[in-house]
Write a protein that binds this ligand. Structure first.
Ligand code: PMP
Length: 454
């Protein structure tokens, strides 16, 4: 076993560089982090403050200085059963002893097969050709490549573009980025490096509204108008079903998906659902697409797939897509990440799916939905609040101005709740195992922050 880092010999006196700055090894952990580590969407010169977490268990984040905060974000929506869940930990321990990793090229293993069986059993019939990868963004890249290769193999040589809706988010890799909302996805910052894809308005009918059958009022007319002009250039249509997450936390009417499915079929466009944020119960159904029983041609899963214990993702295609790819040269799918099918991640995912299989998530998510709706309701009367919306285990307060994210961040240890707002949104996506009392702590913290003016 190698020596723990802290036990490594250190110089007797701090070393100074020519500029007078301390050498990296003489910095405190916080200083080192600040000077040498990039954090998500942050300034490399003046990074925003971070809280140092020593341990995470259940719904709690334990701070290095001894404090603790409820993880009201499920660590970016992944830790649905809470952190370090005993069953998932145990499955990972057992797998680590046997085989943390082997390549998937030319090899296979039981954790990958077992997870595949569990996914096929869970997914709608027909979606059963599974490609494992490392993260959500990569799963999206894989989906887009599958759609493109399938179209090219079908002889549709001009179908190289993609369509999507505004307000979406699909990840930070290159192609995924070009399909994120052009404004919140900051396409402008990347100049001509971002290919211009086909963007339609965000679906106009909210989740709880009555669905107007007239295509002129439900968004389907715009889709048809685009398809009738440009379908010959479009390989696939990608969107997050029902809940648009990081692009704005909007909930739209599921009937939109049925109309979109019909139009994609009519115009030969492959339909891709990105369920990376919505999958595994978050919206009150196992998958958001279950609100309407519409099956895409390709599906992306990630985040909660491993219960948030380790990074992993999957892209699942129908047999028809897979067969198209196989039917024309080169006859193989052109993707194969080094850590594809990582056994440790597969073992964690199997354990997480087994927990979901016990079924408690259904009543937990329904209970959280009811409590969020009731306890956040007073927010509607607070100045600056533009909207309050709740669906499944998602509670969103939309302000009429950008939220003071630095203030919310600084308050977290004091209020004992970790929230990470973005744009005009203060929201929570708690772990499903959050009990009633702890959920009340989250909702009171959100209301208290509104009261303090954020
Ligand atoms: N798609 C959606 C809908 C997401 O919410 C995210 C992550 N927020 C991604 C893709 C990208 O996943 P990852 O960050 O794991 O690459």
């Amino acid at each position: 076993m190698s020596a723990p880092l802290a036990a490594l010999p250190r110089p007797a006196a701090p070393e100074e560089s020519a500029s007078g700055a301390l050498a990296p090894r003489d910095l405190t952990p916080e200083e080192f982090d600040r000077r040498h580590l990039w954090h998500p969407y942050d300034s490399p010169r003046a990074p925003a403050p971070v809280h140092r977490i020593a341990r995470a268990e259940g719904i709690m984040l334990h701070l290095a200085d001894g404090g603790r905060m409820i993880d009201a974000m499920s660590s970016w929506w992944c830790a649905i059963h809470g952190h370090a869940h005993p069953a998932i930990r145990q499955a990972m321990h057992a797998q680590i002893e046997r085989m943390p990793h082997v390549m998937f090229g030319g090899l296979t293993h039981d954790p990958a097969i077992e997870l595949g069986r569990a996914l096929v059993a869970l997914l709608p019939p027909g979606l059963d050709r599974i490609f494992y990868s490392d993260s959500g963004s990569v799963a999206v890249e894989v989906a887009l490549k599958m759609a493109l290769q399938a179209q090219l193999a079908r002889g549709e040589r001009r179908r190289t573009g993609f369509a999507t809706i505004r307000g979406g988010y699909h990840g930070d890799t290159w192609k995924a980025m070009s399909l994120c909302d052009p404004v919140t996805g900051m396409h402008g910052h990347f100049g001509s490096a971002i290919r211009v894809e086909h963007f339609l308005p965000a679906p106009p009918v909210d989740f709880h509204e009555v669905w107007p059958p007239d295509p002129a009022h439900n968004g389907l007319a715009e889709i048809e108008a685009l398809f009738s002009r440009k379908a010959h250039e479009i390989a696939g249509f990608i969107l997050e079903p029902v809940v648009q997450g990081a692009g704005g936390m909007r909930f739209y009417h599921p009937a939109y998906l049925r109309g979109l499915r019909d139009l994609c079929d009519r115009y030969g466009i492959l339909l891709i659902f990105d369920e990376i944020a919505t999958g595994f119960g978050r919206t009150g159904r196992m998958f958001a697409m279950d609100h309407v029983q519409v099956t895409p041609d390709i599906l992306c899963l990630g985040k909660a797939l491993t219960g948030g214990h380790i990074t992993f993702a999957a892209t699942i295609a129908t047999g028809a897509v897979a067969e198209s790819i196989a039917s024309a040269a080169p006859g193989i799918f052109m993707h194969g990440p080094t850590f594809m099918g990582n056994p440790l991640a597969c073992a964690a995912a199997c354990a997480s799916l087994a927990l979901l299989g016990q079924g408690d998530w259904r009543k937990d998510v329904a209970r959280i939905e009811a409590q969020l709706a009731e306890e956040l309701a007073p927010a509607r009367k607070i100045a600056g609040v533009a909207d309050l919306r709740v669906l499944g285990a998602i509670g969103v307060i939309e302000m009429d101005h950008p939220v003071d994210t630095a203030k919310v961040h600084a308050a977290a240890p004091r209020i004992g709740v970790y929230l990470r707002p973005f744009g005009r949104l203060l929201y929570t996506m708690p772990p499903y195992v959050t009990g009633a009392k702890d959920l009340s702590r989250i909702t009171s913290a959100m209301l208290a922050l509104l009261g303090e003016g954020i």
